[in-house]
Each structure stands twice: as structure tokens, then as C-alpha cells.
Write a protein that binds this ligand. Structure first.
Ligand SMILES: Nc1ncnc2c1ncn2[C@@H]1O[C@H](COP(=O)(O)OP(=O)(O)OP(=O)(O)O)[C@@H](O)[C@H]1O
Length: 224
């Protein structure tokens, strides 16, 4: 059973007196244990699609289902707090907090059951993603871009969700760092059974995913 499904999704923006369709009657399924990418030209609507899947925006028509439940019934806020995590190109960390404090933020607001020793779990997650205690205890704007993105990945894992969405997560990183982050996504999908969905411009990343989709003129297709 797909953990995340979109059915008959339509989305458009008003462009003068015309409607500009970003998605037309889109149906797509996402499973756990799989690393997906979504590619497409700039402006094709990749971020818009990810925003819909992440409950940050609502479709004009159609529905998104998490575990067969319409996310509007779950409630968008509940869905965002408990069921998914999002990783952004610009990390979106709280700059004056340390790495570990950033990871603790979603843990403090989720309804999901977490182990009692939050702080230890947060340090362990960071360590697993390659941020040792010393860097984890540093204010994040004193970390490199790659390190900040690792903190953002650890933060995404903190609430133990099944679905990780990422919007151009390596857009600010050099090639070597990009590959390291891609290896983490593979590990999360293949060893930790996460559903990882990454929007990217990069053909190299798309080639490494288990399934790539191309978004073009409102149509989402499997990308060969
Ligand atoms: N709030 C908005 N109002 C009107 N048009 C919008 C709005 N947000 C985005 N758009 C337009 O919708 C189209 C799709 O935008 P989106 O950001 O989803 O594309 P994208 O594929 O992620 O692009 P990029 O690869 O450049 O980030 C673009 O033409 C954009 O200008």
C-alpha cells in the first residue's frame, strides 16, 4: 500500500486573466523504502507539487492521502507536525540555536511518541548523520553549508516520520557534498524504510533515485 497518494490533483495560478496550470489531473503513489526524485524545468511547478504533498498548500481540486486518509481530514497542521518532514535548499535552521537545539525543536511540538531522553536521541541522530558532539553544540551559523544541511536532515528525522520531502536540498552545495547528502537519502530509504521525495535540477541525482518523475506542462510522468 502506498503511504502517500495524490489523486486527481489540479493546481493553477492566476496569470493576468488566464489560469496557468501547474498540475492537471495528477495521480501518483509513493511508497516507503524508496528514494524518489522529481525533475523538471525551472518554473514547471516542482516546488508547488512538493508544497501540496507537504500540506503547505491546498490543491484546487483533488486530494492527497497519507496512509489512505485524506490529509485535509488529518488536518494540515497535524499532518505537518506528525507525519512528514521537509528539508529546504537554504536549510531553514534557527540561526542563533545550536545544531542539537534545532533538532530538539520539532521533538518538542510533535504528538508522536518519542523516547524520554530527547537530548541524547538528538545528539545520536546528529552523530549518525555525521555531526559529532562538538559541532552539534555549535550555533548553526558557524557551521558550513554541508554541515547545516546535515543538521536539517537530523531535524527531519527527529520526529520519526515515514516521509521526508526535500526541495533542492543540495542546491547550495558543491558536488562532493551533494553526493554525500544523496548517500544519506539512499540510506534513509533503503536501510530505514523512509519514503524520500527530492525535488532537484540534477540529472545525476535523478539517475541515482529508485524512481524519477518529470513534471512538464502540468503532467507528471515517470522519467526514463
Ligand atoms: N504565489 C504564486 N502566484 C503566482 N504564480 C506563482 C506563485 N508561486 C509560484 N508561481 C509560479 O508558478 C510556477 C511554478 O513555480 P514553482 O516554484 O513551483 O516551480 P519550480 O519548478 O519549483 O521552479 P524552480 O525550479 O525554478 O524552483 C512558476 O512560473 C512561478 O512563477
Amino acid at each position: 500500500m502506498a503511504i502517500l497518494k495524490a489523486r486527481k490533483l489540479d493546481y493553477f495560478y492566476q496569470d493576468g486573466d488566464k489560469l496557468r496550470y501547474i498540475l492537471k489531473n495528477t495521480n501518483v503513489d509513493f511508497d516507503t523504502g524508496t528514494f524518489y526524485t522529481i525533475v523538471g524545468q525551472s518554473g514547471s511547478g516542482k516546488t508547488t507539487l512538493l508544497s501540496l504533498l507537504g500540506g503547505l498548500d491546498t490543491p484546487k481540486k483533488g486530494s492527497i492521502y497519507y496512509n489512505n486518509k485524506n490529509i485535509s481530514q488529518i488536518g494540515f497542521e497535524n499532518y505537518r507536525r506528525n507525519d512528514i518532514s521537509i528539508i529546504f535548499q537554504h536549510y531553514n535552521l534557527i540561526p542563533y540555536l545550536t545544531g542539537v537545539e534545532n533538532v530538539l525543536v520539532p521533538m518538542s511540538i510533535t504528538d508522536n511518541e518519542l523516547p524520554e531522553d530527547y537530548t541524547k536521541v538528538a545528539y545520536n541522530l546528529l552523530d549518525y548523520i555525521g555531526i559529532g558532539k562538538d559541532k552539534a553544540s555549535r550555533v548553526v551559523n558557524r557551521l558550513s553549508g554541508g554541515e547545516q544541511q546535515r543538521v536539517a536532515i537530523a531535524r527531519a528525522l527527529a520526529t520519526n516520520v515515514d516521509i521526508i520531502l526535500a526541495d533542492e536540498p543540495t542546491g547550495n552545495l558543491d558536488e562532493e557534498m551533494e553526493q554525500e547528502i544523496v548517500e544519506i537519502f539512499k540510506l534513509l530509504a533503503h536501510e530505514h524504510n523512509k519514503c524520500v521525495i527530492v525535488v532537484t535540477h540534477s540529472q545525476e541525482i535523478a539517475q541515482q533515485s529508485d524512481k524519477a518523475f518529470l513534471l512538464k506542462k502540468g503532467v507528471l510522468k515517470e522519467y526514463e
